[in-house]
Design a protein around this ligand. Structure first.
Ligand code: MD3
Ligand code: FE
Length: 203
């Protein structure tokens, strides 16, 4: 069953396993409309994970900073819709973790290939920090780095596998976190990659 990682953070091993084929199909559909791309950090370096979004708002980064935008800057079109299947999974996971009123409007989709990583950061570009973030992992496993409230706090390593869901809210909402460089490997049906969906209330 659900496992508390810290105050407000709940790990649900395999919660999305029965939905993984539908999720992969949904990701492929989003990516045909809003292709994966490596965003630039405000410092001008390309991120190692590629990203796209679905939902009313999408997370973007460029020389001007980090923010949410209603349209994909690459296509000029609104981000693809967040399907009911995506939304329902996230809302149900949040509810089971104790967050009854989660109303996600953004789903950031990260694509990692072997060697790709995400350095320690906080997610603080959202308006309402009382709403949690729901993370769904698919494909190759990753070493998730789970830090504290300060960048220099020690980190715990937690393996996230295909179908795992984590809800991050409450006192854990602003904790530092990251992903260690993805190890090589391959996953049936997905190949040498990992997807991570994060459902957010952005606006
Ligand atoms: C803890 N993604 O997209 S998911 C991100 O696996 C991000 O792609 C990682 O960090 C990934 O921002 C980690 C786990 C996660 C996501 C959001 C969080 C942990 C979080 C927000 C607050 C606290
Ligand atoms: Fe994050």
């Amino acid at each position: 069953g659900p496992e508390a990682l810290s105050d407000g953070a709940v790990l649900m091993r395999g919660f999305a396993v029965s939905e993984t084929d539908a999720l992969i199909t949904g990701i492929e559909s989003v990516a045909t409309q809003a292709p994966f791309r490596r965003l630039m950090t405000p410092g001008g370096k390309p991120m190692s994970a590629a990203m796209t979004n679905c939902g009313a708002a999408g997370w973007v980064s460029d020389r001007r900073g980090y923010r949410y935008e209603a349209c994909d800057p690459q296509t000029g079109r609104p981000w693809p819709e967040m399907s009911d299947g995506f939304r329902d999974l996230a809302v149900e996971a949040a509810r089971l973790a104790g967050f009854e009123d989660f109303t996600p409007d953004a789903c950031l989709i990260n694509l990692y290939e072997p060697g790709a990583r995400m350095s320690l950061h906080q997610d603080r570009d959202e308006t309402d920090l009382s709403q949690p973030i729901v993370s769904v992992s698919l494909g190759l496993e990753a070493v998730f780095l789970w830090g504290g409230m300060a960048r220099t706090d020690p980190t715990q390593k937690i393996i996230l596998r295909h179908g795992d869901v984590v809800v991050f809210g409450g006192a854990s909402r602003l904790r530092f976190h990251g992903i260690a460089p993805l190890k090589p490997g391959r996953c049936p049906g997905i190949g040498a990659r990992r997807y991570n969906l994060t459902f957010r209330r952005a606006i």
